[in-house]
Structures are given as structure tokens and as C-alpha cells.
Design a protein around this ligand. Structure first.
Ligand SMILES: C[S@@+](CC[C@H](N)C(=O)[O-])C[C@H]1O[C@@H](n2cnc3c(N)ncnc32)[C@H](O)[C@@H]1O
Length: 306
């Protein structure tokens, strides 16, 4: 099942005990799901193509205990996973980012380990399997430096070597490396889920102007930026406009639609539900700007929810 963050509670109501980051085509996830039918598994993957392929696989194979989040590992960890709930995290063949100048893109860094410690149950562990010796060494050093993990390096369990990448590297005769990071302490820094706001909107009176052009606008707010990129007209009899908006805040990037459309109670200006967006501080800042801009065009606020 695919999780749409705008439509679910944070953290997930039935807590996952197992997380796989970057599951690729999902064949390992399916294998683990079959091995542990009693475990709730959360799979996180940034590639849309991989998510689609894996969901198809889970449906085809009748896998019912896996939920999938399409997005960043850190966002999922922070927002979907309850504190101290995970028993195990799998990371198989993470992107190695081999160039020194790209090292900051690596997942398994000190800061990640510290954050992870808040979501792992006592004694919980992260299992890394990789073909990249340098990343393997790097992750061990970062895990130890985090101060909240102990690290062991047993040989990789055989069933870890059946992922798509493992099979590819096996064919080329590569060597595999494995590490187990066990939680021994917890980072005391609070890391609560991203605050959410009720859908911000306003009702306005007056005539919606005919827009011949709309200038791209950058709205800065504490913790991020919202960019209103363009306006498009709705082709419904009532008319109205959609404003394509790109929002970056903390560990979340969203492309959302704001809307200004006639309703029974006046002109509704707010966030469109299209695409199950997450109503965040950035969305609120963008709506506040849009309402102010429409006031500048002669409309008046009758009621506002923020
Ligand atoms: C080299 S592939 C390995 C795929 C799979 N684990 C395997 O062994 O076949 C790395 C995967 O991690 C995903 N990925 C990279 N960074 C990620 C992140 N921050 N959050 C979630 N997935 C990520 C990529 O999209 C890619 O599918």
C-alpha cells in the first residue's frame, strides 16, 4: 500500500517495526515480508519508477505487510515512524557517492545515525550490505562517531545477496561487505514530526481579476521558501485559477496547487487537495501571500482560517 503523507496520521497509526531504505525493485522487501509475516514493514524509496515496480510486485505476490512511502528516508523516519518503534533497518547497496565532493550526499552519516537512534527500539539495529569498501569503512566510522551505536562486521547473510544490485555485482565477481550498527544510546535532541496546520484558506469578496500574466514570486518564511511559479485558468464554468507552487522546508519538498475559485460562500483562496499535499508552515506562508496579493487587486477578506 502506498502512503500519501497528506492523508495519514503522523506517525503511522500502526507502527512499522522494520524499515528498508532504498528498496529498488522491492524483491528483498518481498522476501523479508514473507519471512516475517507478523512484522509491519515500511519501505522508503525516492525513485518513482522503483516504487511503481515494487508495488506491482507486492500486489502480484500477495504481500500484505508492506507499506511504501515514495520520498526521502529522513522525512519518513522523522514523520512516519514512532519514537523507539523500529527493531531493524535494512540498507542494501546504498548509492556510494564515490567522489569526495559528493560525500555529503551519503545516507549513513553521523547526523543520520543520531536521528535514527530516536526511532529505534532499545537494542534495535541497522544492517548495511554494500559492494563499496570505502563507503563501508566510512559508515562504520560515522556510526561509531555518532556515539550512539556499536558496530560489528560479520559476513553478509546469504539472503541479503539476492537484491537486484547484489545479483548484478555477483555476476561481476565483486566482494560484499556487511555491517551491523546496534543502538547503545539515544540522541537526546528532540526530533518531533514536522508540525502540520489545518488547511489554510480565506473567503474573499469582489471580482477575481482576469490574469493576463503572473510574475513568479518567491515567498520566504522561517525554515524555507515557497515559489509561486505560474497561474493557470480552470476551464470549469465557474472559472478560477490554480497557482503552481514549489515549497522547500526542512526535510520536505512539495509541489502543490493553490487555488482561487468561486464558491457558494465567496471566493475560496487556499490549498487545493490535488495530490494529497501536506499542510505545513510553507503552505500557510504561500496562502497568506496569495490572499495579500489578491487584496492588492481589490478583493476583500470576508473570513480567514489562519
Ligand atoms: C543502488 S540502489 C540499490 C537498490 C536495492 N536496495 C538493491 O540492492 O537492489 C540505491 C537505491 O536507493 C534509493 N535511494 C537513494 N537515496 C535515498 C533516500 N535518501 N531515501 C530513499 N531512497 C533512496 C535509490 O533511488 C535507489 O533505488
Amino acid at each position: 500500500m502506498l502512503i500519501r503523507v497528506g492523508e495519514t496520521d503522523f506517525p503511522l497509526p500502526s507502527a512499522p517495526q522494520l524499515l528498508e531504505v532504498g528498496f529498488g525493485d522491492g524483491r528483498f522487501t518481498a522476501q523479508i515480508a514473507r519471512m516475517h509475516p507478523e512484522w509491519q514493514i515500511l519501505g522508503v524509496e525516492i525513485s518513482a519508477g522503483s516504487v511503481a515496480r515494487a508495488l506491482k510486485r507486492f500486489r502480484r505476490e500477495g504481500i500484505g505487510n508492506v507499506r511504501v512511502y515514495h520520498g526521502e528516508a529522513l522525512f519518513a523516519l522523522r514523520n512516519l515512524v514512532a519514537p523507539q518503534s523500529l527493531r531493524r533497518v535494512y540498507v542494501n547497496f546504498p548509492d556510494p557517492w564515490p567522489k569526495a565532493k559528493h560525500e555529503e550526499n551519503r545516507l549513513l552519516q553521523r547526523a543520520f545515525f543520531r536521528r535514527l537512534s530516536t526511532r529505534l527500539a532499545p537494542g534495535g539495529e541497522l544492517l548495511l550490505t554494500t559492494d563499496h569498501a570505502e563507503y563501508w569503512q566510512f559508515a562504520q566510522a560515522e556510526g561509531r562517531a555518532s556515539g550512539v551505536f556499536e558496530v560489528e562486521t560479520p559476513p553478509p547473510p546469504e539472503h541479503h545477496l539476492s537484491t537486484k544490485y547484489a545479483l548484478k555485482w555477483k555476476e561481476q565477481g565483486r566482494t560484499f561487505f556487511h555491517a551491523v550498527f546496534r543502538k547503545i544510546a539515544e540522541d537526546p535532541t528532540p526530533w518531533p514530526p514536522l508540525p502540520r496546520y489545518p488547511m489554510p484558506h480565506a473567503l474573499m469578496s469582489g471580482t477575481l481579476p482576469e490574469l493576463n500574466r503572473f510574475e513568479k514570486t518567491v515567498v520566504r518564511f522561517e525554515g524555507g521558501t515557497a515559489v509561486l511559479l505560474e497561474a493557470t485558468r480552470a476551464l470549469t464554468p465557474e472559472g478560477g485559477y490554480f497557482f503552481h507552487t514549489h515549497i522547500e522546508e526542512e526535510d520536505l519538498v512539495q509541489d502543490v496547487l493553490l487555488e482561487a475559485r468561486p464558491s457558494a460562500h465567496g471566493l475560496y483562496v487556499g490549498l487545493s487537495r490535488f495530490g494529497a499535499p501536506l499542510s505545513t508552515a510553507g503552505v500557510r506562508a504561500a496562502v497568506v501571500w496569495l490572499v495579500g496579493w489578491l487584496e492588492g487587486q481589490g478583493l476583500r477578506v470576508v473570513q480567514r482560517s489562519y
